[in-house]
Write a protein that binds this ligand. Structure first.
Ligand SMILES: NC(=O)c1ccc[n+]([C@@H]2O[C@H](COP(=O)([O-])OP(=O)(O)OC[C@H]3O[C@@H](n4cnc5c(N)ncnc54)[C@H](OP(=O)(O)O)[C@@H]3O)[C@@H](O)[C@H]2O)c1
Length: 310
């Protein structure tokens, strides 16, 4: 098949493109920078230089490639996040998830793409009820102020993709990435904060995280491209865990001192309300549907084995 990957050079795109090529697909990889052409060619893709926020450029790029499938992996998340100003930090990502989605969808409709696979996130789920959410569980209706616009943008993306009845619209709600090219990797921001004892355990550490190694996220995406049916799939590992469990375990693995404990109001002061939510209230997700319907299994079933060798 011909697959058009928007976001071909990002954390997930870098893992996805070579896998699609190895599976025999003709991949057209989009970037804003002409300087990344060589990198895409080396991965076996046809480079496409276009700005996702420019409707005409996207329409022209997609029309030229005439893909069977479009994969939307566009984000622009800064390497170091100011958790108290997430509206600012996510402003561009929010535009990519709203305008960028709309541009790709109309370009895809014009050439009649068979599938449209887009990146979403398990952060959408309600912070009440069970600790581990399935795809049809309720969404967060009162997000923390700092993430309100971010979650609105994700909802826009999901609604637009699932509402596109002319194609198989597929939404992949990825868990929290770790592995190469992510902030959860040796030498990268989150690991270094844990190593330097600057990633405290906030409140009861009751927030439940579902991680996913980027290799496994890419494998699930290939499965969705090849045989996914319209709908939402959580793409997470088998082992959701509370921060109070994984954070001290990661500190041990990294040879760091035990994380400091701080009350929720102190965590909120330093990391904003969303930071406090992530540490105390966020929910995990179940991968049962993706396993069943995409015939996919995570190669790293638990962060316990994978997180250090990432
Ligand atoms: N579920 C999760 O935990 C999750 C999800 C997403 C990201 N993250 C994290 O966030 C950090 C940053 O990752 P990232 O993937 O956002 O980084 P990134 O390296 O900035 O990748 C974003 C992709 O979007 C493309 N892009 C952005 N704006 C574009 C535009 N206007 N037009 C065309 N293409 C555009 C980029 O292409 P060019 O730059 O080549 O133009 C790149 O391919 C990483 O640590 C990652 O792990 C985590």
């Amino acid at each position: 098949m011909k697959v058009f990957v928007a976001g071909a050079t990002g954390a997930i795109g870098k893992q996805l493109v070579p896998r699609l090529v190895a599976a025999g697909h003709e991949v057209h990889g989009m970037t804003r920078s002409a300087s990344k052409r060589a990198m895409l060619e080396a991965a076996g893709a046809v480079p496409v230089v276009a700005d996702a926020l420019d409707a005409d450029q996207v329409a022209e790029a997609v029309a030229r490639a005439r893909p069977n499938v479009i994969v939307h992996q566009l984000t622009a998340i800064p390497a170091e996040l100011d958790m108290r100003n997430l509206d600012r930090e996510f402003a561009l990502t929010n535009r990519l998830r709203t305008e960028g989605t709309d541009h790709l969808l109309s370009a895809g409709q014009a050439v009649g793409v068979r599938r449209f696979v887009a990146q979403s996130n398990i952060a959408v789920y309600a912070r009440t009820g069970g600790a581990v959410k399935s795809e049809d569980d309720a969404l967060d209706q009162s997000p923390a102020r700092e993430m309100r616009r971010g979650l609105e943008a994700i909802r826009h993306l999901e609604d637009a993709v699932l509402g596109a009845r002319w194609t198989e619209g597929i939404v992949l709600r990825y868990g929290w990435f770790y592995g190469p090219g992510t902030s959860m990797a040796p030498g990268q921001e989150s690991y270094e904060l844990v190593r330097r004892r600057k990633f405290p355990l906030v409140g009861d550490g009751g927030g439940v995280w579902s991680f996913i190694h980027v290799d496994d996220a890419a494998e699930a995406t290939v499965a969705a491209v090849e045989h996914g049916g319209r709908g939402i799939y959580n793409v997470v590992d088998d082992d959701p865990a509370a921060v109070a469990e994984w954070l001290p375990a990661l500190a041990v693995q990294l040879g760091a001192k035990k994380p400091m404990r701080v009350p929720r109001f102190i965590g909120r002061l330093f990391a904003g309300e969303w930071g406090a939510v992530m540490m105390t209230q966020i929910r995990g997700a179940s991968n049962a549907k993706a396993k069943r319907e995409l015939a996919w299994r995570p190669g790293h079933p638990s962060w316990r084995q994978g997180i250090l060798v990432a």
